[in-house]
Design a protein around this ligand. Structure first.
Ligand code: C5P
Length: 205
């Protein structure tokens, strides 16, 4: 199978030296790419800026911003049998990024942010029959309710949910999988490589 995987954070430019981002390490997405390669699949890995090296054998595409990730995902998704959106894509970006470094002024600064495109929701709207769409939900509160909401709202086949404290920026993860049918699979806490293998086994079975 051809599997498209996204990983890591995105960076949203404020000015030439500053950006908005998050703590995603890219490890879960990279582990999924490695597990998919190990299982004999062809892997395209679209990655935000991370400090880990890509698994050998994956077609690696580096992007910086949510807009670049959206463009790349939309280009490669049509040929993918399965798309796994593991990236922590920014939901907002500065509405007016500057080409010159912002000067500090006395008093507070208000930064206007605008929504980025929800890449996964776009894929869900244009899903071709037979294509598997898998999303991730990292939550601090109401994990199951928020995850199942996202599964429905974005028209996904599966969503992999974890508490932010269990998987964000860490070496291990504890994931629960929810299927559109209502099926729920609780995976044990483990190294991201083991969790990745378990996720793939379940969603591709
Ligand atoms: O709604 P929320 O951002 O929590 O949903 C998380 C899922 O949606 C993840 O799979 C993430 O990769 C994807 N996402 C996206 N585009 C965005 C924000 C999130 O594809 N702008």
């Amino acid at each position: 199978m051809k599997i498209l995987i996204t990983a890591g954070p995105t960076r949203e430019k404020i000015d030439p030296v500053r950006f908005i981002s998050n703590h995603s390490s890219g490890r879960m997405g990279y582990a999924l790419a490695q597990a998919a390669l190990d299982a004999g699949h062809k892997v395209t890995l679209i990655s935000g800026p991370v400090s880990i090296s890509a698994p050998e054998g994956a077609d690696l595409i580096n992007v910086i911003s949510a807009a670049e990730m959206a463009e790349s995902v939309k280009k490669h998704a049509p040929e993918a049998h399965a798309v796994i959106m593991c990236a922590a894509v920014a939901d907002y970006r500065p509405a007016h990024p500057l080409d010159s470094k912002m000067k500090k002024q006395s008093g507070n600064l208000v930064l206007e942010l605008e929504r980025t495109e929800d890449i996964l929701a776009t894929l869900g709207k244009n899903k071709r029959p037979g294509q598997l769409l898998i999303g991730f939900a990292a939550e601090t509160d109401d994990l199951e309710k928020n995850a199942v909401d996202k599964l429905r709202r974005k028209n996904l086949d599966w969503i992999a949910a974890n508490a932010v404290s269990d998987g964000f920026g860490t070496l291990t993860n504890r994931v629960t999988l929810f299927h559109r049918s209502g099926k729920k699979t609780v995976l044990p806490l483990g190294r991201k490589s083991d969790v990745a293998r378990d996720i793939l086994k379940e969603v591709l079975s």
